[in-house]
Ligand binder design. Structure first.
Ligand code: BTN
Length: 246
């Protein structure tokens, strides 16, 4: 992972660039940019990506797996980021399945997109955005209450290259056992250990429906186990859900 790096000054979105390159590059290729003019978030949102202030990157993956396995890749990405932050002394939480939270605010989001054919994955683009050296003034009024950066938290700039290296190393360590043997046990342990949801009341938004429940656990397949208010227990795949705190 990351042995091939495509580095750009400005792109619309590294996910879009990675998609264009996906068929011709080898697995593990990383597309990274200083700035994104059309950074994409989940649910059609924009992702703020000012020049030189973050890690805006996409990893091209080509696991030979059915599309139902793709949710696990997002968990691998989140676990790798959280572990890398730990290495530079920052305690973070994973908001299943794809956000990283530090001191109650979002510092990283993951947007996983895929192309598949005949019930097999062609390629997966895992877009990871990390607010590294942004300042509060870079965020809009609406964002500043919800999002922050590593620089705001620790009071000085963080070396983006060092952090990038740590993320890619952890990613590789967690991805290879999964790709080769379907083993995500380590990832699940990290997801649980760093979960901000387990034990909390949450709202689960799935398309038009919204339900309230308590997050109980993450199972061995990476699903979130939820107990709804009527007492029924269900395990949910990350797919189209959006989770809000209460
Ligand atoms: C989210 O939390 O909504 C997901 C945000 C994902 C942002 C990253 S930045 C690099 C990659 N390129 C994009 O356009 N989006 C992802």
């Amino acid at each position: 992972i990351g042995r091939n790096i495509y580095y750009f000054d400005t792109v619309d979105s590294t996910n879009i660039k990675a998609k264009e390159l996906a068929m011709e590059v080898e697995e593990g290729t990383v597309v990274i940019a200083e700035e994104q003019t059309k950074g994409k978030g989940r649910l059609g949102r924009d992702w703020l990506s000012p020049k030189g202030k973050g890690i805006w990157m996409s990893i091209v993956l080509k696991p030979q797996l059915p599309p139902s396995e793709v949710a696990k890749l997002t968990l691998i990405g989140a676990a790798a980021v959280s572990k890398a932050l730990e290495e530079i002394g920052i305690e973070s939480y994973i908001k299943w399945p794809n956000d990283i939270i530090v001191q109650g605010k979002k510092i990283c989001g993951i947007l996983t997109e895929m192309s598949c054919e005949l019930n097999m994955i062609n390629y997966v683009i895992m877009g990871i955005g990390i607010n590294v050296n942004l300042e509060n003034k870079d965020f809009s009024k609406e964002l500043v209450d919800k999002a922050t950066s590593l620089k705001e938290i620790i009071g000085h700039s963080v070396d983006r290259k060092k952090l990038l290296g740590a993320i890619l190393n952890h990613f590789e360590d967690l991805y290879i056992p999964f790709k080769n043997a379907g083993d995500i046990s380590k990832v699940i342990n990290i997801s649980k250990e760093k979960s901000i949801l387990i034990g909390k009341k949450i709202r689960i938004i799935q398309g038009e429906t919204e339900r309230t429940g308590k997050a109980l656990d993450i199972d061995e397949e990476g699903r979130l186990i939820v107990e709804y208010e009527d007492g029924t227990v269900d395990s949910i795949f990350s797919g189209e859900v959006s989770i809000r705190g209460l």
